[in-house]
Write a protein that binds this ligand. Sequence first.
Ligand SMILES: Cc1ncc(COP(=O)(O)O)c(C=O)c1O
Length: 387
Amino acid sequence: MRFSGHWIVGLDFPFRTIDEDFLNVSETMVMRRVDLRSDTVTKPTEAMRAAMASADVEDDVLGSDPTAHRFESEMARVMGKEAALFVPSGTMGNLISVLVHCEVRGSEVILGDNSHIHVYENGGISTIGGVHPRTVKNKSDGTMDLDQIEAAIRHPEGALYYPTTRLICLENTHANCGGRCISSEYTDRVGQIAKKHGLKLHIDGARIFNASIALGVPVHRLVEVADSVSVCMSKGLGAPVGSVIVGSREFITKAKRLRKTLGGGMRQVGVLCAAAYVALRDNVGKLEDDHKKAKMFADGLRQIKELTVDTSSVETNMVFFDIVESSLITPERLCQVLEEHGVLAMPASSTSVRFVVHYQISESDIHYALACVQQAVQELSTDGIAK
Ligand SMILES: Cc1ncc(COP(=O)(O)O)c(C=O)c1O
């Protein structure tokens, strides 16, 4: 049992009761919690819960669930593509998309070495799809050098030996590169390369709406040259579950089959699509606020001398900061101390920490989290328990 009264805003006496269970519950009640681990941690809003409760549903595997159908049609329209398909997760959205474009085993996909598909999706494209990844270094802004992309495309004359390049993948925003936005001009140029070589282009657009808002470019324009896009509804948009893939009618027909193969056929899925519809309707407009709060947070962190943050790289809702080399503080220890005070964050590397802002984080939460970081850094720097 830890007491940390001086961290608990509004609590000016040690909190004690005789019942341990009650004590835990009560402590939870008074402990301020600012969850900045990811934008996946949002809880469904009242409007989402109400929409879920009243959703008109049918068995979507047997036919079309009307709420799923309405949501998918709306997503296809917004993204400027012929058709859309609701899938359980971004990981499945990316996997299905890659597998549809790489139907022949031994196909190769060109993708960033720091991309979510390559780093965090269990190598599913290889283990499940027999697709070979060919990585190109991601620059710090999330792009890949265009010449390097072109150079990575296998020469068709070597088909007896090489895997066959069939697909290029981009990620927008790029999570591991700090939520940086990929411009439509850059995407168009990659699209031109893909077209020139008869390849497909897939965008992992888990946070494509963040990019659209930050760049001031309509989302359909950002993905115009893409053959498929996977969009997460359960990140900054706040739906409890689900992603959507969009593309041509032919692509979606194949995707639907693969979704079933992977166990992603969902029966009364309208319950989830109803929440996703509300997320799309109500929350795209809130992303700009998240971006402002992330900038505010980064500006505050910059004032703490043991930390470095490149505020110009904070383009959307993610803030990555480094701990200066001379410091004894480790990201793990810093996150542990912050957690004791209700501020949740994730180490991003052996020297850096990541905070992700979402619409359930208020300005006051940002101020509180900043105060906690400042105090934690001070404590860890002086008490010799940093390592
Ligand atoms: C860029 C990116 N793509 C894909 C995913 C996968 O989404 P999911 O967690 O829904 O599988 C994530 C998850 O954080 C992500 O950040």
